[in-house]
Design a protein around this ligand. Structure first.
Ligand code: HSE
Length: 432
């Protein structure tokens, strides 16, 4: 029986989960695959780490330079020294498993180029959607499909916060505090709240699906900090939930890649993904609609994904075949600029309640070729304004499909009207 040796670098939450499961399920994996997977090293530079002393080392070089190690698992996160560790592993003829979405999204070109040069593989199932086997599904399950669109709820922190805001009507600060208390959100949740974590994952999904890894500055990225409970309420009255969606889709021969709070029809499955759960909705030309749902983070869901990659590579090493390679940035498709996308929009104006205001707003929209689908003026005052402006009220609109650049132009002009008392809010709608 073939033995495959693994060197684990990074013994935090996920790393300790991987080591525990590899130990506990060793016999099961051997029985199912015929391969004996041996954890040869646990490497962590933190001297407080408690792990099996026979395996523990502080020196990553020992792992990287041991010719007996077949697979290096990088779980330290961040860009440096994770990148150098992965490049050294590839150069030393080792395959790599990583959960490091930030690294692959930002420096993936160097890493995949090195993998190709040294004829090795880099697997990253745990980088997107935690325990959901979405990478394998897209690489293998959809191999004969043209994937047309992906809509993902791929940040559990944001989904938890939006779910609480929706269920309780609380504002984002209250929901974030609750998330931190529950251990759902990081102490520093900036990468999550700004949408950057979702954008990293979207880059990988786009690379797998369309053969093009957008650069970070090509992904339009807008987080959830500006979402107000009243927008969640008004959207619901119109038949929509607000979700932070990561969207990658083909449109007029280009790829749209964007992350932003999005109105999703209440009847759609994605609108009903609650709490920390992730869901990735993939439309293939042969499969039609599919939905992958599960825990997008956490020790054991993520360890499950890492081990699936280790087992896959171990099978590949034991019995080399041609892997399905969909990680080469080889597509000629261009990334569409956000100004050129078309979408329906939810818009909320904070306007004085007096004659002619609506006519001025709709006039500007009309001049920008934006057609209004519905409009409601709410009989609520906008509490945050000074008393002398207290008769400002929300006007909520749904538009028909419009060009983003025209929408931005219209909002700039509308926000200059004397009757508009606060920056207008515009959220994109996906009809799915
Ligand atoms: N912080 C991420 C989330 C998990 O909240 O979904 C790791 O990708």
């Amino acid at each position: 029986m073939k033995k495959i040796n693994v060197g684990l670098i990074g013994y935090g939450t996920i790393g300790s989960g991987v080591a525990a499961v590899l130990a506990q399920r060793k016999a099961r994996i051997k029985e199912l695959t015929g391969i004996d997977i041996e954890l040869k090293y646990i490497c962590d530079k933190d001297p407080r780490v408690k792990a099996d002393k026979r395996l523990l080392t502080r020196d990553a070089g020992r792992v990287l330079n041991d010719p007996g190690v077949d697979i290096v698992v990088e779980l330290i996160g961040g860009i440096h020294p994770a990148k150098e560790i992965i490049l050294a592993a590839l150069k030393n003829n080792k395959d790599v498993v990583t959960a490091n979405k930030a690294l692959l999204a930002e420096e993936g070109a160097d890493i995949f180029t090195a993998a190709k040069k040294f004829n090795r593989e880099v697997r990253f199932e745990a980088s997107v959607g935690g325990g959901i086997p979405i990478v394998k599904a897209i690489r293998e399950g959809f191999v004969s499909n043209e994937i047309n669109e992906i809509h993902g709820i791929i940040n559990g922190t944001c989904n938890y916060i939006l779910s609480r805001m929706s269920d309780e009507g609380c504002d984002i600060k209250v929901a974030l505090k609750a998330a931190q208390k529950m251990g759902v959100a990081e102490a520093d949740p900036r990468l999550d709240l700004t949408g950057i974590d979702s954008a990293h994952k979207l880059i990988l999904l786009s690379g797998l699906s369309f053969g093009v890894f957008p650069k970070m500055d090509q992904v339009y990225c807008d987080g959830i900090m500006a979402v107000e409970p009243r927008d969640i309420r008004y959207a619901r009255e119109m038949g929509y939930a607000i979700k932070l969606l990561a969207i990658a889709k083909r449109a007029q021969g280009e790829i749209e890649a964007r992350v932003h709070p999005t109105l999703v029809p209440l009847g759609h499955l994605l609108a009903n993904i609650k709490g920390v759960y992730n869901a990735i909705y993939v439309k293939g030309d042969l499969t039609g609609e599919t939905l992958f749902y599960g825990e997008g983070a956490g020790k054991f869901p993520t360890a499950s994904a890492v081990i699936a990659d280790i087992v896959d590579l171990a099978k590949q090493i034991s019995n080399p075949t041609n892997p399905i390679n969909s990680t080469n940035p080889n597509s000629k498709l261009k990334i569409k600029k956000i100004d050129n996308i078309r979408s329906r929009y939810y818009i909320r104006f904070s306007a004085l309640d007096k004659p002619g205001v609506l006519a001025n707003i709709s006039g500007i929209l009309g001049k920008n070729n934006i057609s209004i689908a519905s409009v409601t003026q709410k009989e609520e005052r906008i509490a945050c304004l000074p008393a002398r402006q207290a008769n400002a009220v929300p006007i909520v609109m749904m538009t028909h499909e419009a060009l983003e650049s025209r929408m931005r132009n219209a909002l700039t002009l509308i926000d200059k009207l004397p009757a508009i008392k606060k920056k207008s809010v515009a959220l994109r709608v996906e009809t799915l």
